[in-house]
Design a protein around this ligand. Structure first.
Ligand code: NAD
Length: 490
């Protein structure tokens, strides 16, 4: 049985309760993990709080040394962790390997930013005084992570938090704790002092909720659904806790009539069906210029038809199962809703048949056209392997439809015309616009949604700002008696 890590120790829930982790491809039991209650979370937060002061006082260089060592250790165990992730999450082994690799790169990226954690010297009007602006860590940070990318989304929180001198309590999704536990074990082995990095497993409504209300938690880094994110923000507001929210998305991709249609077709297929469509940055709405629509579809649809669905551990598999039965039902419901409103299914639209699919949550990669723009799969986030494709007259119509969404996470345009690319990049309301490029986030660049897709940024040097408080210090080189203190600014 896997265990939580609190204060550097592998522990069970005090109650002894456990949760089963099952493989979404086969429904087989993979392992069990502790089912924590609020008292277990309070203990983890308390030890993180106790470890904070000493960790905050270590130099960023020392912290970086440990993160580099952690990265090295995780790299040695990459394959083992990737297999574990495929078993608990369902994604293909290749996708898991990429994900663990990104986690490691993330540790190294923030370790490399250690020298940037410096402040400013500020000259003041009075000659015998000067100001300093220093960056202080925030305190205990909660990292609340979803099940679709349980490893990278943990890394994008813990790496900047730790390098900035914070301590962390991780709460993985209830269904994907195993690979996360293993990596945190390895990070602790690399030399993090006990209590600096902890992980607590259990239901969101219990473990997550205690992290939101616990007064010792100073910052919440959350990735998940917009509905949960709204709740996180509301509860955090009571204690004015710092929050960053990375929420749902409904990314548009625009294919213009001068685009490289083969490259665009390939990007649409990977962009939509990677991770079985369960990515915040997936292509979720495709807008193709009318005059190249048929030609584009003749290149795109065969690619989708060729995607081999199966168990993520089989080497031929290109797309695994959906993560849960509920997730599959949600996609089926969205496809049915679109068809009821007049949509046509061009590929897929049902579960695959055959013995190998009997016990998993499989659904065929699906493409639809004629989907009304107020259908559920357009209005809400379509978090699975189904893609509505729309014909558009021109760029104006494409941008208008792209912006007709409550979400604003990613977006892309495919064109050889720099003017069109610029127009789209400036007018689309989203945190990212890729030009002739796949929807993927880069460690070096800030990532975060506009509108209801989130608040604050992860990745890039910018993410560090969300893990520090800027503090102003005024130094008087000659002590100033109270009576002569200036009234200015009072
Ligand atoms: P979710 O909101 O159901 O759960 C996310 C996490 O929050 C889980 O760990 C869950 O246990 C926890 N949680 C649930 N209730 C809670 C509560 N009351 N208090 C505190 N924590 C609670 O999301 P999910 O279904 O796991 O993930 C899929 C969603 O995540 C999609 O909407 C997807 O777009 C989004 N996502 C966003 C990004 C991004 O960077 N913008 C990245 C990946 C996924």
């Amino acid at each position: 049985m896997a265990k939580m890590i609190i204060g550097g120790e592998a522990v069970d829930a005090r109650s002894g309760a456990v949760m089963e982790i099952r493989n979404p491809a086969t429904s087989e039991l993979v392992d069990t993990v502790p089912k924590a209650a609020a008292e277990d979370v309070r203990q983890a937060v308390e030890v993180a709080h106790q470890a904070f002061r000493k960790w905050a006082e270590t130099t960023p260089h020392k912290r970086a040394e440990i993160l580099y060592r952690a990265a090295e250790l995780c790299r040695e165990h990459l394959q083992e962790v990737a297999v574990l992730e495929t078993k608990e999450q369902g994604k293909t082994l290749r996708e898991s390997q990429l994900e663990v690799g990104r986690f490691i790169e993330n540790l190294e990226f923030y370790a490399g930013l250690a020298p940037t954690l410096r402040g400013e010297y500020v000259p003041l009007a009075e000659r015998e005084k000067y100001g300093l602006v220093v960056k202080r860590p925030v305190g205990v940070c909660a990292a609340i992570v979803p099940w679709n990318f349980p490893i990278t989304l943990m890394g994008s929180k813990i790496a900047p938090a730790l390098i900035a001198g914070n301590t962390v309590v991780v709460k993985p999704a209830s269904t994907t704790p195993l690979a996360a536990i293993r990596l945190i074990e390895l990070c602790n082995q690399a030399g993090l002092p006990p209590g600096v990095l902890n992980i607590v497993t259990g239901p969101g409504g219990v473990v997550g909720e205690e992290l939101l209300v616990n007064p010792l938690v100073r910052k919440i880094a959350f990735t998940g659904e917009t509905v949960t994110g709204r709740h996180v923000m509301e509860v955090a507001a009571r204690d004015i806790k710092r929050v960053t929210l990375e929420l749902g998305g409904s990314d548009p991709m625009i294919v213009c009539d001068d685009a490289d249609l083969d490259a665009a077709a390939s990007a649409a297929s990977v962009g939509r069906f990677f991770n079985c469509g369960q990515a915040c940055l997936a292509v979720k709405r495709l807008y193709v210029f009318d005059n190249v629509y048929d030609e584009f579809m003749s290149r795109f649809l065969p690619r989708v038809q060729r995607l081999k669905v199966g168990n993520g551990l089989d080497k031929d598999t290109r797309t695994g199962p959906l993560h849960t039965a509920k997730q599959r039902e949600e996609i089926e419901h969205m496809v049915e809703d679109a068809v009821r409103r007049g949509a046509r299914v061009l590929v897929g639209g049902k579960r695959p048949e055959g013995e190998e699919y009997a016990n998993g949550f499989f659904y065929l990669p699906t493409v639809l056209e004629n989907v009304p723009h107020d259908a559920l799969m357009v209005r809400e986030e379509c978090f699975g392997p189904a893609l509505p494709v729309f014909r558009v007259r021109d760029l104006d119509e494409a941008i208008e439809l792209a912006n007709d969404s409550k979400y604003g996470l990613g977006s892309s345009i495919w064109t050889r015309d720099i003017g069109k690319a610029r127009e789209a990049a400036e007018r689309i309301e989203a945190g990212y616009t890729w030009v002739n490029n796949l929807h993927i986030a880069y460690d070096e660049m800030p990532f975060g949604g506009f509108k209801q897709s989130g608040y604050g940024k992860e990745h890039g040097i910018e993410a560090l700002d969300y893990y520090v408080e800027k503090k102003s210090i005024v130094i008087a080189t000659t002590p100033v008696p109270a009576a002569s203190a200036p009234k200015k600014g009072e």
